[in-house]
Design a protein around this ligand. Sequence first.
Ligand SMILES: Nc1ncnc2c1ncn2[C@@H]1O[C@H](COP(=O)(O)OP(=O)(O)OP(=O)(O)O)[C@@H](O)[C@H]1O
Ligand SMILES: O=C([O-])CC(=O)C(=O)O
Ligand SMILES: [Ca+2]
Ligand SMILES: [Mn+2]
Length: 669
Amino acid sequence: MASNGPQNGGDFSFATSNVAKGRNGLPKIQTAKEKEDEICHDDSAPPVKAQTLDELHSLQKKKSAPTTPIKSPQAVGGFSSLISEEERQKQQLQSISASLASLTRETGPKVVKGDPARSGETPRLSSVTHHHYTPSFAVSDSSLKFTHILYNLSPAELYEQAIKYEKGSFITSTGALATLSGAKTGRSPRDKRVVKDETTEDELWWGKGSPNIEMDEHTFLVNRERAVDYLCSLEKVFVNDQFLNWDPNHRIKVRIVSARAYHSLFMHNMCIRPTPEELENFGTPDFTIYNAGQFPCNRYTHYMTSSTSIDLNLARREMVILGTQYAGEMKKGLFSVMHYLMPKRGILSLHSGCNMGKEGDVALFFGLSGTGKTTLSTDHNRYLIGDDEHCWSDNGVSNIEGGCYAKCIDLSGEKEPDIWNAIKFGTVLENVVFDEHYREVDYSDKSVTENTRAAYPIEYIPNAKIPCVGPHPKNVILLACDAFGVLPPVSKLSMAQTMYHFISGYTALVAGTEDGIKEPTATFSACFGAAFIMLHPTKYAAMLAEKMKKHGATGWLVNTGWSGGSYGSGNRIKLPYTRKIIDAIHSGELLNANYSKTEVFGLEIPTEINGVPSEILDPVNTWSDKKAYKDTLLKLGGLFKKNFEVFQNYKIGTESKLTEEILAAGPNF
Ligand SMILES: Nc1ncnc2c1ncn2[C@@H]1O[C@H](COP(=O)(O)OP(=O)(O)OP(=O)(O)O)[C@@H](O)[C@H]1O
Ligand SMILES: O=C([O-])CC(=O)C(=O)O
Ligand SMILES: [Ca+2]
Ligand SMILES: [Mn+2]
C-alpha cells in the first residue's frame, strides 16, 4: 500500500535539485533588488486609506445617486419651494406607516427605514410614528415597537436578505435566486374572495362560472387586520412602490407590503420599476397589497373555507393575502384589479402575450396557462412587448407588467434560448431542483412541483420593446393545448369563430402522469382567463370584437397540444413546427393560402405551410385509428357545446346579429 509518510526508516530531506542552497540547506530566497539599503515590500499598491477595520468597511459603500429635490405639494404659482431630503424621507415613511395602520387603533406602527441587522451602523436612519390620535387606553406592546421598512431594495440587497433569512434560498450556477414558495406552488382560485358592496354587486360578474366569490366588507377588514398585525409584528417588512401599465395615461401606482425578500424581488421583476425620480414623486399608491402569506387566515372567520384567503376590496383599493406564499397570487391579483379598472375607461384588458415584427405588425397570443403565451411571444425575430397581461386602448397595445413569468419545466437552451439566457442574476427561480454542489438546475425535475417558474425583468429578453407599447394588433392568435389531439395545428377564424373560441377559452392538459396514462381533461375558461376577469365575459368579448373589426385584425386558432392521437398515443406538436406556423401567420403567408374546411368544428385549415409537413395540418391524417379520431372529435365537440350553454342567453355587444353568428360558430353536428 502506498503511504504518504517518509520512506526508508525516516531518512527525510528536502530535494536538493539545482536550487542554490543556503547555509541551512533550504533554498535561498532571492529578492528582486540586490541593493542592501532598499526595503522589500510584499506588494507595490499604496496602503489602504483607513485606520481601523470599521473605517475600512465604511469606505466600501458610497451613498446611492443623490435624488433630486422635489416640489412641495404646497408650492403654488411660479414659486417652487423645495423640500429637504430629510423631509421627503419623513413623508415617505408617514405614507408607509399610514398603509400599515390598524383600522381599530387608527394609528400606524412606528416605522424606521433600514435593515434591523444594520441599525447600529446606519447613521442616516430616519423614523416616524404615525398618529392620528393615540388614546392612552389603546396602548399595547405592539405600539411600543418599531417595524423596519426595507423600501424598494435592489436585487443585490434582496439576494442578501433572502439568502441570510429565508430557508431554501440559493444562488444557482447562472446567478438566479432559487426559492421555495412553500406549501402552495400554484394559485388557489377557490380561496379568492371579492367584497360585494352596493357598487360591485351590480358591476361585477357573480354566480355560476364566475371567479368572484363574495365576502362582505366586515370580513375583509377582519382579514386585513390579521394581515397588518402580522406584518407589523415582524421586525422588518419589505415595501415595493411600483407601476402597472406602460401606457402613461393609464398607469396605476401599486404598493406591495410583504414579509419575504422573495416576494419583494418577484414584484420588483414583474411590475414596472420606477426611476429614482418617479419614486420620489410617488406619493400615495392607487392600490395596496398586504401579503402576509406565511400566516394563515382564521377559519372561524365568516366566508373562509380553508386557511388560505386572497381578498380583494375594490372600494378600498386593497388586497390581502393570507395562507399562501405563491408569488403568482400578487401578479394575478393585480391583473384582476386591471380587469376592473381598465374596461371602465374603455380599455380592454387581456390575458395574452404580445410581440411586434420589424414592420410594426403586432400579434396577440391568448391562451390558458401552459399553452405557449410566454414561449411563443418570446421570438428571437420579433420585439417582445409582453408575455402575459396587456391593455388594448384607442392608442394601441400596452403591457401591464415590467417582467415575464416563464414556465421552466423541461426548459432547454436550444428550444428556448432567450428564456434560458434570461435566467441569470436578478431572476427569481421558483421551486426548481438543483445540484447541491454546482447549483446547476435540473429543469426536468418535478420533485417540488411541475409548475416551476422563472420571473425576470422584461429587459432580460434581448428583443424587448421598451417602452412596452405598440400599435393596434394585426393578428389575434388563440392558443389551445389540445391533449385530445383533434384540433388542427392552425386554423383561420372568422370574426364569429374568434369570438366563439375566445368566450369558450378552451385548453386540455393531462392532470398527472404518476398512475400511468390519464384521460385528458377539457378546461374552459372564458376569455382565456376566467380566473382573473371581474366583469361578465361578454363585456370583454364585445370589446374585442369591436376593436378587431375597427382595426382589421385576423383571428387564428393554434393547437400547441397533441397530434397523431390523444395524450398517451400521440405526441405534442413539435415546438419548431408551431414556430413555423406562427411565422407564416406573421408574414402574411397564411392569409393567402389555400384552405379546406373541417367537419364538426368547421375550421378553415391551410393545405400547406413552409417548413411544416403538410400531412399534419389536417389531424385526421395523423391518426391511424380513424374511428377513434371521429369519436374523440365528437366528444370534444360535445364538451364545447355543453360549456357554451351558459352563454346562450347573453347578448354580445349592441347588435343581435353578432350574438346569433357567435352562437352558430361553434361545432355543428
Ligand atoms: N408546440 C409547442 N408550442 C408551445 N409550447 C410548447 C410546445 N411544445 C411544448 N411546449 C412547452 O409548453 C410550455 C408553454 O408554457 P408557457 O410558459 O408559454 O405558458 P403560458 O401560456 O405563458 O402560461 P402562463 O399564463 O401560466 O404563464 C413551455 O414549457 C413550452 O416549452
Ligand atoms: O398566475 C400564475 O400563477 C401563472 C400564470 O401566468 C397563469 O396561471 O396564467
Ligand atoms: Ca407565461
Ligand atoms: Mn398567465
